[in-house]
Design a protein around this ligand. Structure first.
Ligand code: GLY
Length: 579
């Protein structure tokens, strides 16, 4: 048991660290940048094959066809994302947003394209509270009030104009064709449709698409989306204006407002993507490149790795290793809740969070023989649910260009709302803001003023598209999974460090800790009974997840072996192809 003295010591350290962080210098946010010259010794040789891993076979195949037509990784990313918008409408789409990590081989530029949704201009801090100050979570999850202004259409156009080699009409063609001709409804889509039936049936236009005749589609039947095909065509023909002004914009605004939402034409017209500098760090000889704010993914990942960096991880058994990983996550997710938000609105103390001295101080609060209860790191203990949402895909082309993209409409089928005539399922990312201080969102994530709702602000995300680079290996990985995205990518990365390949990263049983609630969530099979008992004896509470989670899509280019491998998570129906 913790004695009073050790609790006081730990609390003093945490208070000291919090005070230190509040007063620390804030890293300025570079919006546009050239990456620093590569000092990892990575040469510019080209991979022997291209590779794509995505959550749906049709998206992977369409991306491969674009590469074979002479398109580059960025063209393929446009195709894969737009096909996923059609065949995986539960996870991402034109009504959502996301983060695209890019590496352009010709000039070694590395950049994160931020197409995260923004809060509408009429949004305000208390918009999801009733007159008693109680959070009305259905409003931030179901229906058009839950929807931020989408960023994916703008990202497709930006990628095409600045990074691709083919026209948007070529790269969007496969998605338009599949939307018009239909695709076979799979069991996963059906399960998620059933899960979100109530929200979808509340939107007439959504119900007409996904519950024809009021019933769910039959497994194996074809889902046709003509309105979505028309919207994709408008983007192919008119670029940005095809979605953000003109007919589609008018239909979106009218549909949203008639159903109680607050979008205006100005919200759509002023949406912009942002090119941001990714966060980078080193761990055990590998350079890690990942998503920067307004995603928390890269910061939480790197803070975790900094804390773990002085532990002999490879020499530890599963129990002791898992204990240290969970303790590191606890501290990094605590900082997520306290300090992270949209860098255009709040000062995110990035330099300090990634400072090795800060990691050392946090490490000093970790004991090998005892778990520190989260309550001694602060905050109340709400419960949380799990979502199976979002999508990730990874692309490597034969020139060495790379894309890791994690895109989302948040909860499965987002808000469930479709504005009539558009075919676009709108997101419910407004739930990723803090509706009230330390009130948990649907993933149980808490936060304070850094992530409060403000007009035009981007809500904090956990999406973690990541590159790992060593002198001879390059990995591209990411996954959906709400608050668990970061811990899944972290486990994949630690597995990479142990010398394992993408098959192992996507397959390995997962576990998770996010500070609050104070428990290790684990997939069936992640720990055997004696390991569970040993972790409990260290003071951890463990909960087995009702189902396996995540849908990792990963690529590894091994330059010394001159091989490319790719893997798609066996938990999903995706496809990885090396060609
Ligand atoms: N919507 C989940 C996330 O962005 O983290």
């Amino acid at each position: 048991m913790l004695n009073l003295f050790s609790i006081c010591v730990i609390r003093s350290v945490m208070i000291y660290l919090t005070v230190l962080m509040t007063g620390c210098a804030v890293l300025s946010q570079n919006r546009l940048f050239r990456s620093q010259p590569d000092n990892t010794g990575i040469s510019n040789t080209q991979p022997p094959s291209a590779a794509i891993a995505s959550a749906h076979p049709l998206a992977t195949q369409a991306g491969q066809a674009i590469l074979q037509k002479g398109g580059n990784a960025f063209d393929a990313a446009i195709t894969v994302a737009s096909v996923l918008a059609v065949v995986e409408p539960s996870g991402s789409g034109l009504g959502g947003g996301g983060f695209w990590l890019l590496h352009r081989e010709s000039d070694q530029k590395q950049m994160m394209l931020d197409s995260r949704e923004t809060a509408p201009l009429a949004a305000h801090r208390d918009m999801f509270l009733d007159q008693n100050g109680t959070v009305q979570q259905r409003l931030s999850l179901d229906g058009p009030l839950a929807a931020g202004i989408p960023g994916v259409p703008a990202a497709l156009v930006h990628l095409s104009e600045h990074y691709g080699t083919l026209s948007l009409s070529e790269t969007l063609k496969p998605s338009i064709t599949i939307a018009r001709q239909g695709f076979e409804v799979d069991h996963r889509l059906l399960r998620l449709l059933n899960m979100r039936q109530q929200a979808i049936l509340e939107s007439k236009a959504a119900a007409e698409i996904f519950f024809p005749d009021g019933k769910p589609p039959k497994p194996g039947s074809r889902l046709i989306q003509n309105d979505l095909a028309n919207t994709l065509e408008a983007i192919a023909d008119q670029g940005f204006d095809g979605f953000y002004s003109g007919r589609i914009a008018q239909q979106l605004v009218t549909g949203v407002q008639q159903a109680g939402g607050i979008w205006t034409k100005e919200d759509l017209a002023r949406y912009t993507v942002e090119e941001r500098k990714p966060v980078t760090g080193d761990y055990q000889g590998a350079r890690v490149v990942s998503a920067s704010p307004p995603s928390s993914g890269g910061l939480v990942l790197l803070e975790t790795l900094n804390i773990l960096s002085q532990f002999p991880m490879s020499q530890l058994d599963h129990v002791n290793r898992s204990h240290l990983i969970a303790e590191a996550w606890k501290r990094a997710y605590r900082d997520r809740s306290e300090h992270m938000g949209d860098p255009d609105f709040v000062s995110v103390p990035m330099q300090h969070l990634l400072d090795p001295n800060y990691a050392r101080a946090l490490r000093s609060t970790i004991r090998h023989d005892l778990a520190l209860p989260s309550r001694y790191l602060s905050a109340p203990l709400p419960e949380f649910k799990h979502g199976n949402h979002t999508t990730h895909f990874s692309v490597l082309d034969k020139h060495g260009n790379r894309v890791a993209a994690t895109l989302s409409i948040n909860y499965p089928f987002g808000s469930g709302f479709v504005a009539p005539g558009t075919g676009v399922v709108l997101n419910d990312e407004m739930d990723d803001f803090v509706a009230a201080p330390y009130s948990p969102n649907v993933y149980g994530l808490i936060g304070g003023s850094a992530n409060a709702i403000e007009p035009g602000k981007r809500m904090l995300s956990s999406m973690t598209p990541t590159f790992i680079e060593t002198a001879d290996k390059i990995a591209i990985l990411g996954t959906p999974g709400g608050s668990r995205i970061i811990t899944m990518v972290c486990l994949g990365l630690l597995d990479f460090i142990e010398g394992k390949g993408p098959d192992s990263w996507v397959n390995l049983p997962r576990f998770h800790h996010q500070f609050i609630p104070d428990r290790i969530l684990y997939e069936p099979g992640a720990f055997n009974p004696s390991e569970i008992e040993a972790l409990q004896q260290l003071g951890h509470t463990l909960t087995e997840s009702s189902r396996r989670y995540g849908n990792m899509q990963a690529i590894l280019w091994d330059r010394s072996a001159n091989t490319v491998q790719a893997a798609s998570d066996p938990r999903g129906i995706g496809l990885a192809v090396v060609k």
